[in-house]
Design a protein around this ligand. Structure first.
Ligand SMILES: [Zn+2]
Length: 294
């Protein structure tokens, strides 16, 4: 049986497909600890395609070859012949299916390419299981920004340091749509580098200035993604959560506060939709913040 049996295709916009998996009761990708179940399917994960005529830009290659095959088959069934892949960042849940798109242009920013090149031996050996072998590296690398022509429209690839130092987002000005990768998540950003919080806030400010009407994160609530995505408040919510973490060393007693209380206002407003697996992310964010900045 395919490992992508639970993947569903959502349509947040007439030209956008979200290939969503996870948040399914009892679903297991593999027995034992593994990065697909822990942190990807547990939170829910989407890869995207923006389609125009017989061409598509795929945003991330998903968590496994089976997922990528299902995406590619679905696109082929729609008559898509020309595919380019853009990688949102180097984390494994976003790049595992790239081999299925071998022969296509695989686009990433230079940091992503460098991180993948550096980590490749361990990724292919399965140091953190499951292995991705072979790991296909990007074959078109850009610095800072790049414009992709799709149909008669432009997609802007922009880079940021939020969640990871190598984020590539897709900004689609004519539609007011921002594909955010893991720079924002519902319910909370996953912190890898607390020492960079000031940069994360500055880059969230840069994203706010774009004026996106809808934001599509790779980890979020399927019902929100299916109906068009999040409003710009998702950026504000992420910034206020980062500020809460930054204040933590001065208020260590708050380390026991559950996420559900920390983001209570955003949940009440409907900006964020509660998903209990994010308490695990929150506890890890607190530990990392206190270790790096306490
Ligand atoms: Zn991710």
């Amino acid at each position: 049986m395919t490992l992508a049996a639970h993947m569903r295709v959502l349509r947040p916009h007439p030209m956008v497909r979200a290939y969503y998996d996870g948040r399914v009761a009892g679903q297991r990708f593999a027995p034992g600890a593994n990065w697909v179940d822990d942190g990807a399917l547990s939170l829910g994960i989407a890869a995207y395609a923006i389609v125009s005529g017989d061409a598509a830009v795929v945003y991330d290659s998903h968590v496994s070859l089976d997922h990528a095959r299902a995406m590619r088959a679905s696109l082929a069934a729609e008559g898509i012949r020309h595919i380019r892949v853009v990688l949102s960042h180097h984390h494994l849940d976003h790049v595992a299916g790239t081999a299925v798109f071998a022969g296509c242009e695989i686009i990433a920013n230079r940091r992503t390419a460098d991180h993948l090149t550096r980590d490749r031996p361990g990724i292919e050996a399965g140091t953190r299981p499951p292995a991705i072998n072979p790991l296909i590296l990007p074959n078109r690398v850009f610095d800072h920004a790049m414009v992709l022509r799709l149909g008669d429209d432009d997609l802007h690839l922009i880079t940021a340091n939020i969640h990871s130092d190598d984020a590539t987002l897709i900004w689609w000005p004519s539609q007011g749509l921002l594909f955010a990768g893991d720079t924002v998540e519902d319910c909370a950003t996953y912190v890898g580098a607390p020492q960079d919080f000031e940069t994360h806030l500055a880059d969230l400010g840069r994203l706010q200035v774009l004026g996106a009407q809808r934001i599509l994160p790779n980890h979020g609530a399927p019902e929100v993604i299916a109906t068009g995505g999040y409003g710009p408040e998702l950026l504000t919510a992420t910034a206020s959560y980062i500020r809460w973490l930054m204040a933590l060393p001065a208020h260590p007693e708050r380390a026991e506060d559950p996420l559900r209380e920390v983001i209570a206002a955003e949940l009440a407003a409907g900006t964020l939709i509660w998903w209990p697996e994010y308490e695990v992310v929150h506890a890890q964010n607190i530990a990392r913040t206190l270790k790096a900045r306490g």
